[in-house]
Every structure is written in structure tokens, then in C-alpha cells.
Ligand binder design. Structure first.
Ligand code: M6P
Ligand code: ZN
Length: 190
């Protein structure tokens, strides 16, 4: 006997805009939610005082059956910088150390930053069509270095869990800043 949750579910997705329907949950993230993440604290304060700014949105759909727990997340990062640092996701590492994730860039351009927080760092150049497997124990963050929206699709297990604290404290090994209109990598001073 199938339970009510055990039937297939589909959503309709537009890769250009990053919007899918039906969408049970939308989480907006403002500069004020990412305060600790950007290196230029003066720029952060100025933006917050002048009314804050939306950096990205996450649309989320859980798929929980009697035997499984998948999640679909679609993130749209708006173009822009805070100081000279490009808009990016907060970044997190999974609470569980056996939980990977798939990230699929469907629109825009930028970098996927991957960091073990123990010495290994990768910056994967990202554009529409690139799919990256994020192994367990690698923190992940997406940076939008283009003039357009960056949209990516994520699939992971609900039970993976999000740990933001260590990323907040330590940051990723490198930051991505705009210099002469181009992305440049600098060591994180944190
Ligand atoms: C993807 C998934 C989500 C994550 C979102 C934004 O959709 O990895 O789990 O919440 O990106 O990233 P962050 O949580 O780091 O802000
Ligand atoms: Zn994740």
C-alpha cells in the first residue's frame, strides 16, 4: 500500500528566472542576513542603513516519502557587489559528514567555491550547463560574477543539515572581488 506521500511529484521550472511552481517555501536573503560573510563591514553597514538589499532567494521543495527524504532547492542570485565583493550565497557545510549534494548551474555565470575548511580549496568556474557533485565534508558557496541573474538547482537529502557557523567564523580560503570589471581572487583575511 502506498501512503499519500509515496506518489510522484513534479514542479514546473523556468531556468531563465529560476522560478518553479508549486513552491511551498521561499527564503529571501538580504545583506543583513549575510553580514558576517562580506569582508567590507563598512559597505555592509551602509547598505543595511539605507534600507537593506536582497542578494538572493531560495525556492525549496521537500520530497518526503515513507522511505526517503530528498530536497530540491533553486537559488537565484541577483547581480551586484557589496563593497567590491560579488554577491554570493552564505555558504554552508552539511551537519552530517556523509552527505553530498548536486549543484547544477542553469543560468548566468560565476564560481562555485568548495572548501574543506581544513586546507583544501577549489573554485569551479561556473556557467549554464555545469553540474558539480559536492562530496561530503566540503563547504559550498556560489558567487555571481556576471551582470545577470545566476540560477542554480540543488538536490540533497533533507537530513543533511546546514551548518553556517563555521563558515561565518572562518569564511572560505579566498574571496572573489571585482577589479577593473573582472573577478579576482584574494586570500581571505579572516
Ligand atoms: C541550495 C541548497 C540549499 C541552500 C541554498 C542556498 O539550494 O544547498 O540547501 O540553502 O542553496 O545556500 P545557503 O544555504 O548557503 O544560503
Ligand atoms: Zn548543501
Amino acid at each position: 500500500m502506498l501512503a499519500e506521500n509515496d506518489y510522484p511529484i513534479s514542479v514546473e521550472f523556468d531556468p531563465q528566472s529560476g522560478i518553479f511552481t508549486p513552491c511551498p517555501k521561499l527564503t529571501p536573503r538580504y545583506v543583513s542576513d549575510l553580514k558576517q560573510m562580506f569582508h567590507d563591514q563598512q559597505a555592509v553597514e551602509e547598505i543595511i542603513h539605507s534600507g537593506d538589499r536582497l542578494v538572493y532567494e531560495i525556492r525549496y521543495h521537500p520530497f518526503k516519502t515513507s522511505k526517503s527524504d530528498m530536497a530540491l532547492g533553486v537559488t537565484r542570485i541577483f547581480p551586484g557587489t557589496v563593497g567590491n565583493e560579488y554577491h554570493m550565497t552564505k555558504g554552508h557545510i552539511h551537519e552530517r559528514d556523509d552527505q553530498p549534494e548536486i549543484y547544477y548551474c542553469v543560468h548566468g555565470e560565476g564560481f562555485l567555491l568548495l572548501d574543506t575548511l581544513q586546507g583544501e580549496f577549489r573554485a569551479v568556474p561556473w556557467k549554464a550547463g555545469v553540474i558539480t557533485h559536492i562530496p561530503p565534508m566540503w563547504a559550498h558557496r556560489v558567487v555571481n560574477t556576471g551582470d545577470d541573474l545566476l540560477v542554480f538547482v540543488a538536490t540533497y537529502h533533507l537530513s543533511a543539515g546546514h551548518d553556517y557557523e563555521i563558515v561565518e567564523k572562518q569564511g572560505f580560503a579566498q574571496i572573489v572581488v571585482k577589479q577593473n570589471g573582472k573577478p579576482v581572487f584574494l586570500p581571505n583575511e579572516k
